[in-house]
Design a protein. Structure first.
Lengths: 231, 241
């Protein structure tokens, strides 16, 4: 075992693979962070649409969720990778394909979490807000969503971690993320054990950090709600 | 858009056979990995509810390490990094007997075992202590209260999250295409490569995955309803998993 292969290629692995600065389009974080933010925003709309009264909104949203939860992510990536060039007659860059695939795929999962979170807010809260004269948009933004978000933090962070790990699949279409960067180095150096163990450790540090932060956040937010819960 | 649809590419020549082989490989790898994951999950989940500190630490180490690293990395690890460490006769044997299949199976099983473990642990912990106490106070022995009260309830509580995780395992088996296991996604790609009919090939793969997943989840929902104890387990939130 010889970890000098890691120290020699440390710059490439971290700056190109993890962060995305370098000759290739790549970067795990450059893909994961926008995908988490955009997926979350789309997920809110999906979650709300699943609870809409109108059938015309609820049924398509349900179909969307059931569809994307029934197919593997790799399949969704291939759909975009092969079909969009045929439809639009222009090849899309790997980054756009990967980002779109992650956002639409993860929004289905996040939508379910957000729906469950919204349903966990007691009905009386909505009635109280309406009685206080808030409009329905105000009720949503100031009463329901803040409470719902707090309830769903654990599930949400778990899903963000899943998304972060899933970004490794972007390497299949040639996006140079951390996994692909390790593959590139390995093709030259043939040191799979050291390299894959190293990137496993990098992924682990990121995801473990995320879950620790979530635990801290959950704790702090719960502390903030104690007096309200008592009264 | 002037794309020429030609659905017959899905059954002319070898493609139909490829799809069938793909489904059978996907199911084979998923079932084997599921058994391994179930074994590891039950073992480490149970160990993590026990009070022995060493066992608890080992279980936690296993779960936290394997769960937090992408499956793709584990695939590469088991396929590229582990075999060179083995003695060469074992290596030769492995590569003559579909090493990629076993590496993928191991990667899936060990990774999902860590995820099963979390599901099982929270299932066990969700049974209130008072259940055991009530069982004991009615005169059942410890074995009897496990046999008639705790395990039947725990299994019912575990059906929805286990179904969900099992479907995740099935879908994640598609990642095995990266180490060229000829499962369903791999075969879909192969059809695309040979016929240049991306739309048809991907539709076939997608429909097959959907059919597999939806039928399994429908079956499990039926099982759950059939086994439900009336008035016993109120699922607080049917959508939560």
């Amino acid at each position: 075992m010889d970890f000098s292969v890691v120290t020699n290629n440390f710059g490439f692995l971290i700056s190109q693979g993890l962060l995305g600065f370098g000759k290739f389009t790549g970067g795990t974080l450059r893909l994961a962070i926008p995908a988490i933010i955009l997926g979350f925003i789309l997920g809110i709309f999906i979650g709300l649409a699943r609870l809409a009264r109108s059938l015309w909104i609820r049924v398509p949203a349900t179909a969307y969720v059931e569809f994307f939860r029934g197919v593997p992510l790799v399949m969704v990536i291939f759909w975009l990778w092969f079909i969009i060039p045929v439809l639009l007659k222009v090849p899309l860059p790997e980054y756009a394909v990967a980002l779109t695939a992650f956002v639409i795929f993860e929004a289905a999962y996040l939508g379910e979490i957000i729906r469950a979170g919204i349903q966990s807010v007691p009905r009386g809260q909505v009635e109280a807000a309406t009685a206080a004269g808030l409009t329905s948009v105000q009720t949503l933004c100031h009463v329901i969503l803040p409470q719902a978000l707090r309830n769903m933090i654990p599930a949400l962070v778990t899903q963000f971690i899943v998304l972060f790990k899933d970004t490794s699949l972007a390497s299949i279409i040639g996006y140079v993320d951390l996994t692909k960067a390790a593959q590139i180095v390995n093709n030259r150096e043939i040191r799979p054990f050291e390299l894959y163990l190293f990137i496993a450790a990098v992924y682990w540090l990121c995801t473990y950090g995320m879950s620790r932060y979530a635990r801290y956040l959950e704790h702090r937010l719960r502390a903030g709600t104690q007096p309200i819960a008592i009264t | 858009m002037n794309y020429q649809f030609n659905w017959s590419v899905l059954w002319t020549g070898q493609t139909g056979q490829w799809l069938l082989q793909g489904i059978s490989t996907t199911l084979e790898i998923s079932v084997l990995a599921w058994l391994l994951a179930g074994f590891l999950g039950i073992l480490s989940g149970a160990v993590r509810t026990a009070r022995v500190r060493l066992l608890f630490a080992l279980g936690t180490l296993y779960v936290e390490f394997f769960r937090n690293v992408p499956l793709l990395v584990w695939m590469f690890f088991w396929y590229f990094a582990v075999p060179p460490l083995l003695p060469s006769p074992v290596q030769d044997w492995l590569f003559a007997h579909g090493a990629e299949f076993w590496a993928a199976m191991l990667a899936l099983g060990v990774y999902h075992g860590a995820r099963f473990s979390e599901v099982i642990r929270s299932g066990i912990q969700s049974i209130p202590k008072t259940q055991v106490e009530a069982a004991l106070s009615t005169g059942l022995t410890v074995t009897q209260s496990y046999r008639f009260i705790i395990i039947p309830i725990a299994l019912r509580i575990l059906i929805p999250p286990i179904t969900n995780e099992s479907l995740n395992l099935l879908k994640n088996s598609s990642v095995a295409l990266t180490i060229s296991v000829a499962e369903l996604t791999f075969q879909t790609r192969q059809i695309e490569t040979y016929t240049a009919k991306a739309f048809e090939a991907l539709t076939a793969g997608t429909v097959l995955y959907l059919a597999l997943c939806l039928s399994i989840s429908a079956f499990m929902a039926m099982l759950e309803n059939r086994c439900a104890i009336p008035g016993m387990i109120a699922r607080a939130n049917p959508a939560e998993h």
